[in-house]
Design a binder for this molecule. Structure first.
Ligand code: MN
Length: 226
C-alpha cells in the first residue's frame, strides 16, 4: 500500500539509462590540511570525522538553489563525491575501490554562521549542514570509465572568480581510507554518497551568484543562488 507519494532522489549517470538512487549522504568533515587550518583547526591533531545530510538535499546536476533561511553566511565547499555501488561494513582499505560505483562533483553548501554557533556551543551541526538543497551533485561518472582518482585538480569559482583550488592528492585521508573508516561506524549500502571534504578557499555566496566547480577527469557543475 502506498500511503504517500514521496519522491526518491536520483542522480543521472553518464552513459546509463538508469539514475543512481540516493540512500544516505555522508560527508567527511575535515580532509584537506589547508582548509582545516583556515577553519581554525590543527590538521595534524584532529583526524577527519563524519556528518550527514538528508538524501533529498541532493540537487542533481546542479541548477538553481534557493538561498536558505536563518543565515547570512552561506558558504560553498567543492568536494569529490563518491557513489557507493556495493555496501558493506568493516571494509578494508584495499577492498574499498570495489565498493565505488561512480564519482561526481559536489558542493557541500553550509550555513557557516549556524555551524559555528553549534560548534561553539558543542551542539550538532544539522542546522548548518543538513538543510534543503544543501548538496548539489553533478552527473555521476562510473568508476570503471574514470579509473583510479588519486590526484586531479579540484576548483570552484564564483562569478568566474576563482575561490577554491586544490588537488585530490592533498586529501589527508584518501578515498579508500575514508570509506574504510566510515564503514567501521556504519554499514554502507548501495545508494550511499560520500562527500570527501573540501580544499581551502571556502567563502560566502549571495543571491544572484553563479557557482562553477569541477574536478579534473570527473565533471563540472553550475549552481545559481536564487
Ligand atoms: Mn564539506
Amino acid at each position: 500500500m502506498t500511503m504517500f507519494d514521496v519522491p526518491h532522489p536520483r542522480i543521472p549517470v553518464a552513459g546509463n539509462e538508469q539514475a543512481f538512487p540516493v540512500h544516505r549522504i555522508y560527508c567527511v568533515g575535515r580532509n584537506y590540511a589547508a582548509h582545516a587550518r583556515e577553519m581554525g583547526n590543527d590538521p595534524d591533531r584532529e583526524p577527519p570525522f563524519y556528518f550527514m545530510k538528508p538524501a533529498d538535499a541532493v540537487v542533481a546536476g546542479g541548477g538553481d538553489v534557493t538561498y536558505p533561511p536563518r543565515t547570512s553566511d552561506l558558504h560553498h565547499e567543492v568536494e569529490l563525491v563518491v557513489a557507493i555501488g556495493r555496501g558493506g561494513r568493516d571494509i578494508r582499505v584495499e577492498d574499498a575501490p570495489d565498493h565505488i560505483f561512480a564519482y561526481g562533483v559536489g558542493i557541500d553548501l553550509t550555513r557557516r554562521d549556524l555551524q559555528m554557533q553549534a560548534r561553539k556551543a558543542g551542539r550538532p551541526w544539522d542546522t548548518g549542514k543538513s538543510f534543503e538543497q544543501a548538496a548539489p551533485v553533478s552527473c555521476l561518472h562510473p568508476a570503471a570509465d574514470i579509473g583510479p582518482l588519486a590526484r586531479g585538480r579540484i576548483w570552484l569559482s564564483v562569478n568566474d572568480e576563482r575561490r577554491q583550488e586544490g588537488d585530490l592528492g592533498d586529501m589527508i585521508w584518501s578515498v579508500p581510507e575514508a570509506i574504510a573508516e566510515l564503514s567501521a561506524y556504519f554499514t554502507l549500502a548501495a545508494g550511499d554518497l560520500l562527500f570527501t571534504g573540501t580544499p581551502a578557499g571556502v567563502g560566502a555566496v549571495v543571491k544572484g551568484d553563479r557557482i562553477t566547480a569541477g574536478i579534473e577527469g570527473v565533471d563540472d557543475i553550475v549552481v545559481t543562488i536564487v
